[in-house]
Design a protein around this ligand. Structure first.
Ligand SMILES: C[S@@+](CC[C@H](N)C(=O)[O-])C[C@H]1O[C@@H](n2cnc3c(N)ncnc32)[C@H](O)[C@@H]1O
Ligand code: SF4
Ligand code: SF4
Length: 316
């Protein structure tokens, strides 16, 4: 038996965590008490790519990074104190800070995910939950967004990881695709290309930071068709390969988050997100700790990690 990549023994070992999560869920449902369930940390202020769609470069500033000791403090104060269950390591490109990754995995065994562009060899990390590998289309479109040669590198590294790390290594690799106006026609091909090598795939939509962003796939018939196709593929695969529940996919056809740049239904409280200095980002994990920073457009938001919670009945 496996639920979201977690085996029976692991689930038993993690019972204390589930009590916290269940308590938080009950506290929210019964008393409207809002306590974070998840964490995300930009563990690095560097990236080896400059993707056309990326929010991270929009607000990036040249300043230093935290040491492992300083991250330990952030872990204690932001994540342990809040009893968050799963932590996602992001950046920049987080695999360029293996020291910080190792610290997080040691502190939260089997509860850390790394979101990576996969252009560097993928390291086997005992007790990591899994890698999210970002794929933004078939080779030509992916490279248009992420830069020439990046698709081949990522594919090579994923296949090497799966081949070299035992017969269960494929379970460690989950694909994340951010759908936009350039790559939406490749969604089915991406699923077919990665299905046999990886454990799961998750979809989200591009979130713009300016009105009229040409990468935003407008709400309407074309976007609805993309979502309906994903739902149809969920049935076709019949193996939980696509992780987005239908309740979330339905939301992604329209505005579910807020008005202008203000979150309304979006449960921003559910994820504690810190930047590379350990400062809390607002309003959400793609926001910033600085008030003067550019803001994501909530009414056109396509982020998966918050919309999935709205699909499960959690709101702002
Ligand atoms: C900022 S990246 C950091 C991790 C790593 N460098 C990578 O590319 O996977 C995290 C994820 O955010 C996605 N992303 C970047 N810009 C986005 C946007 N404007 N809207 C939605 N997702 C975005 C990326 O495609 C990637 O999957
Ligand atoms: S690799 Fe990730 S962080 Fe770097 S530019 Fe691309 S999406 Fe942004
Ligand atoms: S995830 Fe961020 S951008 Fe999206 S609705 Fe929530 S606060 Fe707004």
């Amino acid at each position: 038996m496996e639920i979201m990549g977690r085996g029976f023994t692991q689930i038993i070992q993690e019972m204390p965590c589930y009590f916290h999560i269940f308590g938080k869920f009950a506290g929210y449902k019964l008393l409207n008490r809002k306590s974070p369930l998840y964490g995300s940390a930009d563990i690095i202020n560097v990236c080896n790519l400059h993707c056309t769609h990326c929010y991270w470069w929009l607000n990036r500033k040249e300043n230093e990074e935290l040491t492992v000791e300083q991250w330990q403090k952030v872990i204690d104060e932001k994540f342990k104190k809040n009893h968050v269950f799963i932590i996602t390591l992001v950046g920049g490109e987080p695999t360029l800070r293996p020291d910080v990754i190792d610290l997080f995995v040691k502190q939260f065994p089997k509860r850390v995910c790394i979101v990576s562009n996969g252009t560097l060899p993928i390291r086997k990390i005992p007790n990591l939950y899994f890698y999210w590998i970002s794929i933004d289309g078939t080779k030509e479109i992916h490279d248009k967004i992420r830069g020439p040669g990046s698709y081949d590198k990522t594919r090579k590294h994923v296949l090497e990881y799966v081949q070299n790390n035992g017969d269960k290594a494929w379970k460690d690799i989950w694909i994340t695709m951010t759908i936009n106006s350039q790559n939406y026609k490749t969604v089915k091909d991406v699923m077919e290309e990665w299905h046999d090598h990886t454990n799961k795939i998750g979809f989200q939509f591009h979130t713009p930071f300016a009105k009229g962003d040409p990468l935003f796939l407008p709400f309407g018939p074309e976007r609805t068709r993309v979502v309906d196709d994903i739902m149809a593929m969920r049935k076709k695969f019949d193996d939980d390969y696509i992780i987005n529940p239908d309740s979330q996919l339905e939301l992604m056809k329209k505005n579910w988050g807020g008005r202008g740049t203000t979150p309304i239904d979006c449960p921003t409280w559910a994820i504690v997100s810190v930047d590379h200095m350990g400062r809390e980002k607002r309003p959400c994990c793609i926001g910033s700790a600085e008030n003067s920073a550019m803001k994501p457009i909530c009414e056109e938001c396509g982020l998966g990690c918050y919309s999935v919670l709205v699909g499960y009945g959690m709101k702002g």
